[in-house]
Design a protein around this ligand. Structure first.
Ligand code: UGA
Length: 449
């Protein structure tokens, strides 16, 4: 079976290289010539553990190719997957489908034998139907059900763990009204049957909604535990024990109950906004999700003020060392990271910042782009290591739980901070225990300082 994947971004590259690993012939198409040239040499434009070797293996086995030319790839394929971006539309929060529509129009031109057109991108409910209409408009001679079918097959990949999530998914969702298309997709995922992956077969509408509902529910779960953390801080409770206490109840489940500085990334913020807009468009409301969005935005600033207030109270100097600025560990992705709200707020309030992140460095293209406020950037010193960052600081803040922050030499940190007042250590990912942090004024999330 031959597969074309349109869009060599995160989802496209991970899915493409994994399908190639299963033994299918995969062509990834992207308009970005520089990206395709690099990929053909095995150079990966994103950081994802394990992806480089999977791509190299696919290229070597000649099962994975990269091209800017859509025509030959689509003509030869049984399945064409749309994996282009669906960013937040400026102004209204709705998912911007420009790239999806453009990809569909281009794919339509080259469909010849029966082809299943699949949306892997996260798309609002009703998009599969729209895709079928676009194809029929461009190629009126094509008959739905005979020449092509459309299916929704969303991805549930987490950055930093994407290969494992693809190879060992909790479930695969296939949304189509066509038995023929469903059979084709089931064949694609057959290698996973060996490890008994449940397949949820449903309509395109339900499948499209499942993706948004899953992300929104996880965002809600995180926000819930963050609010419980706020309550613990006021009342003397302990959030980690609380999370364990509720998470052991199988109806609740222990995952995604880590309190922190608020969720970020390219998915939760975008998809919660889009879900809220979708609901409004259909004359209903996702008011729980509206509140999650508001609370999560506020929380990031609240974290900045927690730092500012603690510095004032402790009477330490205003130099703050930030450890970790990506939205989570094992990624170089800064999109919607809490750091992007916290750092400018700290600077605005007169703090001096030194920042260390294992994957981020000054001059990185993505960093300059994501910060989008050069003045802040100029004021941040990028350190070469955690120990370099903390030198002469009055306060250390862990914003991202990178593994290399889990066993820091606290004695060395205390010495390097070089302050007569007791320095502050703000652990926003709860990776240390208060009993081991006696040399600092230690703050955790969800525990009284
Ligand atoms: C998320 C979903 O987890 C994936 O299932 C989904 O496929 C993906 O979005 C997507 O739509 O493409 P991702 O954004 O890569 O994946 O990262 P997560 O691991 O979900 O983390 C998102 C944010 O939530 C991070 O900022 C993380 O620090 C935060 N988080 C996560 C918490 O604060 N607490 C937790 O317990 C878990």
């Amino acid at each position: 079976m031959k597969i074309t994947i349109v869009g060599a971004g995160y989802v496209g590259l991970v899915s493409g290289s994994c399908f190639a690993e299963f033994g299918f012939e995969v062509t990834c198409v992207d308009k970005d010539t520089a990206k395709i040239d690099a990929l053909n040499q095995g150079i990966i434009p994103i950081y994802e553990p394990g992806l480089d070797s999977l791509v190299s293996q696919g290229i070597k086995a000649k099962r994975l190719t990269f091209t800017t030319q859509l025509s030959d790839a689509v003509k030869a394929s049984d399945v064409v997957m749309i994996a282009v971006g669906t960013p937040t539309r400026r102004g209204d929060g709705y998912a911007d489908l420009t790239y999806v529509y453009k990809a569909t129009e281009e794919i339509a031109e080259f469909i010849n034998d029966y082809t299943v057109v699949v949306t892997k991108s996260t798309v609002p409910v009703g998009t599969s139907r729209e895709i079928a209409e676009i194809i029929k408009k461009i190629r009126p001679e094509l008959i739905e059900g005979v020449s092509f079918n459309v299916a929704s097959n969303p991805e549930f990949l987490r950055e930093g763990a994407a290969i494992n999530d693809f190879m060992r998914p909790d479930r695969v969702v296939i949304g189509t009204n066509s038995t023929k298309a469903s059979e084709v997709l089931q064949k694609l995922y057959r290698p996973l049957y060996l490890i008994e992956t449940p397949i949820v077969s449903t309509t395109p509408e339900t499948s499209e909604l499942i993706k948004y509902a899953a992300n929104a529910f996880l965002a809600l779960k995180i926000s819930f535990i963050n609010q419980m953390a706020d309550l613990c801080e006021k009342t003397g409770g302990d959030i980690q024990t609380l999370a364990k206490g509720i998470g052991l109840d199988k109806r609740i489940g222990g995952k995604f109950l880590h309190a922190g500085p608020g969720y970020g990334g390219s998915c939760f913020p975008k998809d919660t906004l889009a879900l809220s807009q979708i609901a409004e468009q259909h004359g209903t409301k996702c008011s729980l999700i509206d509140e999650v969005i508001r609370y999560n935005d506020d929380r990031k600033l609240l974290m900045a003020h927690k730092i500012i207030d603690a510095i004032k109270t402790a009477g330490v100097n205003k130099k703050v060392a930030i450890l970790g600025i990506t939205f989570k560990p094992n990624t170089d992705d800064l999109r919607e990271a809490p750091s992007l709200a916290i750092i400018p707020e700290l600077l605005k309030n007169g703090m001096t910042l030194s920042v260390y992140d294992p994957l981020y460095y000054c001059g990185s293209e993505r960093l300059g782009h994501a910060f989008n406020c050069e003045r802040s950037l100029e004021q941040v010193r990028f350190a070469k290591s955690s120990y370099d960052a903390v030198a002469d600081a009055g306060c250390v803040v862990i914003l991202t739980e990178w593994n290399e922050f889990r066993a820091l030499d606290m004695k060395k940190i205390r010495e390097l901070m070089n302050t007569s007042a007791i320095p502050l250590f703000m652990d926003f990912r709860n990776i240390y225990q208060a009993k081991d942090m006696t040399e600092f004024k230690y703050h955790r999330i969800g525990q009284k300082a």
